[in-house]
Design a protein around this ligand. Structure first.
Ligand SMILES: Nc1ncnc2c1ncn2[C@@H]1O[C@H](COP(=O)(O)OP(=O)(O)OP(=O)(O)O)[C@@H](O)[C@H]1O
Length: 701
């Protein structure tokens, strides 16, 4: 289909009209013909095969059978009436059942006449039955033309209520094919199509909607998925090339006093090999003259903070300011305290800016920032406010990236005329495949080594019925001088109930661990920031032994003396969250423990999550399982689920196609980095269209 037709608003399509168009736009983001064409079925009814009654299996999906009705009767039960037909073929008998529409069916059904029936079967009272079957007389069936496999489009309640049924979708698609006259613009270069034996675009699109056979469907899907992933890779790689070429950054050439002084005299420990390597990578970036855009991945507790600090020192040595942004007030405060302690003898001005910073202090900070007296500003989202203006921001560090949106990242860039160097730190390991697709434009550094002396965190799963034993264990640990976290889930939708669970839990812990022998802190989202800080502080200083909390402590909290993490209702947490929580212990030299508490009723997914947690401590391995269980959308948080906005490919399932696509995209750009050669002109055209549409571009810059 040519680009103009593809861009035609959906309102113009026969059978749609303004009301339906409105719903399509709002409900599933279909604005144009092209969008609709890219709306693919999520399954197909396979009507290529006919079953005999004796071939039916208890959990088969929809089946198609030829046979006839020999008897029709009404059955009355407490739950209501149903119409039942005995249906036979030469191999056996089954029942057809209707719960509604009896009159019409009785008047129209023909007894002892061959029918083709289609539907899902149930096993009921020793017989197979098919409720509300699709039926067609065999003589009509022979007359009508049909595609063997029928598309089933994803639906929502609103679509169904507005009459945009599967049949409507199918009809609209047919109409689209009619209007396009099967003339489709093919953006893939000919040599790729040949090398990979890809179907031509028109044939692929048609077969993805109306497959003529299973084989053609597979080929069509391969081709379309490949194309989709190929262009995403082209975009990411081009963006990377462009950035390296064009986006100038402040060159940090000097390694000056602050860095050397700190390295030689104030490092509190020997850096691990991985930390040294990563600092070197960052130094190279900062000195290159191009803007750094680096993702620093390191499993929980791997020591990212010191790397961040040393990067800050490089900025300072070159006469620039730096900022560090954390997702929560607790974390920002913790970074602030930790960093102040580390740099206290270096004469560096560091301030903290959060939502609860008083106005007068704010004013002071703004001033000191603008006149350059302030070297490092640590804080939360508050750093993004208009009023926060730097004299010369050279480096922005963002901790725990996926708590921040795209727009927020971009706002940091705008605080200078040249963009500052950006270092994004995350403790949620991102599986390689996903990192490749989401952050193809970021350089990635990985701290893949834990500081020496760390012991594996012993992780066990215990049922609620064993709580008393768990309490005894906690007492033993506290007796040894350790501290304990008890964490409760917090899920937005049921905040009230969660709050009640937390309070009930707190009370039972308070009964079991009474004052004055024990002191307990409690932290949850409904507390005032000052109260939270106070409670947190008591725990950090070791005045309380038990911290009862919701997931507010999930990221970054660093209390090395805490050695036990109890996670209540552990089945309600996602894997990466469990791993993050577990990472709050095992940060000192002591043996640490993580106890996952649950009831006896567990879903298959919950069991997998618990088993994964008890069997491995490797964040990357856990992230892979998580990705498989939840899909990339959930893993990255809703904000990013739409990032790639994939129409047909699935990053998890189509991993192999992704690799192939990346390989060919790389090959192409190696040979022709600007896509200038004649044979790559179409790729260039499509690429620039995509950039115009700002699909992934939007997110990255
Ligand atoms: N090379 C090292 N040797 C010994 N201890 C270290 C080393 N690097 C960091 N640490 C200590 O390990 C602990 C964890 O470090 P840090 O808080 O930087 O981890 P992190 O990577 O930020 O983890 P998280 O994402 O969980 O917050 C801190 O107590 C820190 O002082």
């Amino acid at each position: 289909m040519n680009p103009t037709l593809l861009n035609t608003p959906i309102d113009y399509l026969k059978g749609i009209g303004p009301n339906r168009a409105d719903i399509l736009r709002k409900e599933i983001g279909i604005h144009t013909y092209g969008d609709l064409l890219n709306f693919y079925p999520n399954r197909y009814l396979d009507k290529t095969r006919f079953y005999k009654i004796n071939q039916l299996e208890r959990n088969s999906s929809e089946v198609q059978i030829v046979g006839k009705i020999v008897h029709l009767r009404m059955v009355e039960q407490k739950r209501g009436k149903r119409l039942v037909a005995d249906f036979i073929d030469e191999t056996g008998k089954m029942e057809l059942v209707w719960f509604r529409g009896h009159k019409w069916i009785r008047e129209n059904l023909k007894i002892n006449t061959p029918y083709v029936i289609f539907g899902k079967t149930n096993w009921y009272n020793g017989l197979f039955s098919m409720p509300h079957p699709e039926m067609e007389l065999v003589e009509d069936y022979k007359k009508n033309l049909r595609t063997a496999m029928q598309p089933v489009y994803p639906s929502t309640e609103k679509l169904a209520k507005s009459g945009i049924t599967n049949r409507v979708f199918s009809k609209c698609m047919q109409q689209l094919f009619l209007e396009s006259n099967n003339a489709f613009f093919d953006p893939l270069p000919g040599y790729l199509r040949e090398e990979l034996h890809l179907l031509p675009k028109a044939e692929a699109v048609f077969n993805a909607h109306f497959p003529k056979s299973q084989e053609l469907l597979a080929k069509a899907q391969f081709r379309l998925k490949f194309e989709e992933l190929f262009f995403i890779q082209i975009q990411l790689l081009m963006k990377n090339l462009l950035r390296k070429k064009k986006i100038k950054g402040f060159p940090f050439e000097a390694v000056g006093n602050h860095f050397s002084e700190f390295y030689e005299n104030h490092l509190p420990f020997e850096l691990t090999g991985a930390q040294k390597r990563v600092i070197k990578e960052i130094r190279q970036d900062l000195g290159s003259g191009a803007q750094m855009n680096r993702l620093l991945q390191g499993d929980v507790g791997s020591g990212k903070t010191i790397v961040a600090l040393m990067s800050v020192l490089l900025a300072l040595d070159n006469g620039f300011q730096a900022c560090l942004m954390a997702p929560t007030e607790i974390l920002a405060t913790q970074h602030y305290n930790g960093i102040c302690e580390l740099v206290q003898e270096l004469g560096i001005q560091v301030r903290l800016l959060t939502g609860s910073t008083k106005t007068s202090e704010r004013r002071e900070i703004h001033e000191a920032l603008e006149n350059g007296e302030l070297h490092l500003l640590i804080g939360t989202h508050a750093l993004l406010e208009e009023k926060v203006q730097f004299k010369n921001l050279g480096l922005a560090i963002i901790d725990e990236q996926h708590r921040f949106g795209v727009a927020q990242r971009a706002r940091l860039w705008k605080k200078n005329n040249l963009p500052p160097h950006i270092l994004v730190m995350t403790a949620t390991p991102i599986p390689r495949t996903l990192a490749m697709s989401l952050y193809g434009d970021l350089d990635v550094s990985v701290i893949d080594e834990l500081p020496p002396g760390r012991k594996d965190i012993k992780t066990v799963h215990r049922y609620d019925s064993n709580r008393l034993k768990v309490f005894r264990f906690i007492k033993d640990e506290i007796r040894k001088g350790r501290q304990v976290y008890v964490v409760y889930p917090l899920i937005q939708e049921s905040e009230k109930m969660d709050y009640k669970d937390l309070m009930d839990g707190y009370e039972s812990i308070a009964r079991e661990f009474p004052i004055p022998d024990y002191q307990i802190s409690i932290v949850h989202g409904q507390m005032k920031p000052a109260d939270k800080d106070y409670e947190m502080d008591r725990f950090v200083r070791g005045e309380t032994q038990i911290m009862v909390a919701t997931t507010v402590i999930e990221v970054g909290v660093n209390v090395p003396n805490a050695s036990v993490m109890i996670i209540e209702s552990a089945e309600r947490f996602g894997l990466s969250q469990l791993h993050q929580l577990r990472g709050r212990v095992g940060r000192g030299a002591e043996q640490s423990y993580c106890i996952l508490m649950t009831g006896h009723k567990l879903s298959a997914d919950s069991k997998t999550r618990l088993e994964t947690m008890t069997s491995t401590g490797d964040g990357f391995e856990i992230a892979e399982v998580d990705l498989k269980l939840r899909g990339p959308g959930d893993l990255m948080g809703t904000q990013q689920s739409g990032v790639l906005n994939l129409k047909i490919a699935d990053i998890v399932k189509d991993n192999d196609i992704l690799k192939t696509a990346r390989y060919y995209a790389l090959q192409l750009l190696k040979e022709d980095p600007n896509l200038e050669l004649e044979k790559n002109k179409v790729v260039r055209f499509t690429y620039s269209q995509l950039v115009k549409q700002k699909s992934i571009w939007n997110y990255i810059s």
